[in-house]
Design a protein around this ligand. Sequence first.
Ligand SMILES: [Zn+2]
Length: 346
Amino acid sequence: MSFAKIAERLDLYRDEMIDLQIKLTSIPAVSPSSGGEGEARKAEFLLKYLRSSGITDIEVIKAPDLEAPAGYHPNILARYRGRSSVRTIWIMTHMDIVPPGELSLWKGDPYKPWVESGKIYGRGVEDNQQDLIASVFAVKAFQTLGLTPAYDVGLAIVADEETGSTKGIPHILKKSTAFRKGDLIIVPDAGNADGTEIEVAEKSILWLKLKILGKQTHGSTPERGINAFKAASYLAVKLDRLYRAFPENNPLFEPPISTFEPTKKEANVPNINTIPGEDVFYMDCRILPHYRLEDVDAKIRAAVRAVEKKFGVTIITEDMQRAKAAPPPPPMVGDAKVFAHIMMQD
Ligand SMILES: [Zn+2]
């Protein structure tokens, strides 16, 4: 059977895909750490949908989390058998979304998607539902047309991608042997409109909390205290030198350099005439994979020690997220037709 037949079949699913988008979006899967309820209800809905679509070879791996109303984050692994099971072609997508942000900036209710000029708008419809739905419908097309792919196809529909992934992929790797050497894993979670952009590598990620402890005093008597905000500001500027310490370019990445940015700033004192004794800010560092995170740590420690010495403050650093990038895999792409195409390959 020609690929055109599958593509034709997929085109017929348009309205069903929109309907599934609308239903999935109406169940907000915002992480408990971002004030939401997690993915449990969305997963329940999806499981029902998959089963009623004839995709019944399903495993659910739950990552416990007392913060989540359900008590866990669900990870769904669904399989469609191929001619050979020596390897699985996984399409990995995530259920969770980030909060919609400032509501007045939306043209409509972010949880009630609408279609406008051939595009669908709503929170999560792009990241990552379009790919989740594309992978489900690629399998549906094979099923409907009675096709058997060359290898097993796996739909990994995971949790907790937006807030560090610990309840998602790392948990699956700990609890299951589903992912094997030789499997092909496609993660369609970024790209351009026509699906031609292929991301083959990620930077290492380092999110840091920096707590600066000085000594609170009245605004008129700075000599009696230690201004934690001033020391923090000095440190933030000093850490900008990380750009110079790790200056290399790699055109595989956008932007091609490592980035070291101060981001979140916690409120310190509520009034103008108090010199704060404590100040907290955060850094978001994205580091090219060939750099060692230990070397970045060493530079940060040196900056921290210098500021401690200069101001007499104590600085406590804490990792909020630390993930060493994996070595770059070979290129792959993502939309339903591309998935179907890959599934046909021997
Ligand atoms: Zn995503």
